[in-house]
Design a protein around this ligand. Sequence first.
Ligand SMILES: C[S@@+](CC[C@H](N)C(=O)[O-])C[C@H]1O[C@@H](n2cnc3c(N)ncnc32)[C@H](O)[C@@H]1O
Length: 392
Amino acid sequence: MDLDAFSWLLTDEGQQLLARATEMTAASIEGKGSALAVQAALRKDETAEHVTAAMNQVDLRRKAAAKFGDLAPKMYFTPDGLEQATRLAVAHHRAARLRAFDAASVIDLGCGIGGDLIASSRAGLTAAGVDHDPERVAIAQANLDALGLPGAVTVADATTVDHSPFEVAYADPARRGAKGRVFSAEGWTPPWSWVETLFARDACVKVAPGIPHDLVPEKVEAEWVSDRGEVKEAALWSGSLASTQRRATVIGERGLATLTSEDDPGGEVGPVAEFLYEPDGAVIRAGLVTAVAAGVQGHLVDEHIAYVTSSASFETPFARGYQVLEELPYREKQLKAALRERGIGRLTIKKRGVQVVPEQLRKRLALSGSGEATIVLTRVAGEGTCLLVRPF
Ligand SMILES: C[S@@+](CC[C@H](N)C(=O)[O-])C[C@H]1O[C@@H](n2cnc3c(N)ncnc32)[C@H](O)[C@@H]1O
């Protein structure tokens, strides 16, 4: 989107057009017309550029609901800015952590359309943002204004701006370039070598969940965060904000739970017991599977596999639990026969540490019964194993 068209969208006239576009699109979704018809109707009174700007916002706001919930219909986006923005649940957790550390001010060095900035401002922090992209700065400011939040945003180079007046420096380097996702940390913008300079102070940096553990400097805390079962990011905390070495934070329906290296006594491997636990992705990325094992009074099924087993049943936010009903044959032909014998037609296949493509296996098994079941294919003490399980 062009900056002039966006600025126009914020005028009274632009807001009226956006309101009309929103209303007419909602009606068309309910079956009273098509998006093209809406566009054509709006074009009678407005330029193509303005109509496109308004229609794009309507579309992006709808897509943004997954990240920004109720706030999305009031906010502004670009497609890339939305894709890169931190989802509100995760940004709120981060801002709450900053508040818990008594931080009062934060500078967001590369604020994009303001996903994190909004959360900081909502949490009561004095929040300032910089970005080198004038369009994103305009959008981030418009988002603060639209949500009635204090905060200031300005066009600047994050790598040269003076961040010392702020208690916390926050950065979320772009991990996408013109050719798609950038895997090397030095390829991020700003790059890892700049990120490292922030660790000399109280700072927080959002990074890819796949960040290698050995890239994280000593005394910097790495926190992996999942939201409703999906790992969304890792964040590195430095200075007085670091409180452990590794942390897994799990945001779920019932709130937030966190597990740290201090909860991890290390673990043992042993035979499969009555219950099996599949740890959350954030726990696995944080290398805290054995902490989950300790929490459920259990052990690992294999040194290299992220399944925990225990003779006790626990409800834990850090893992999905299953009751192990029986061990089935691992070999495909015998497994097929065993499932047929049990009348199982619908099969959920979980796998870890074995070369199986569940969709292909399900096809080959060609099951037809009326029963439903879940199997886990994994290695136990190095051996391929199939377990028939029932989710808690
Ligand atoms: C991943 S996005 C930030 C998303 C943001 N945290 C959010 O939740 O909306 C990274 C941002 O950094 C900005 N950026 C990259 N290099 C920069 C630099 N040297 N100075 C200022 N901004 C920069 C990009 O323009 C982009 O908007």
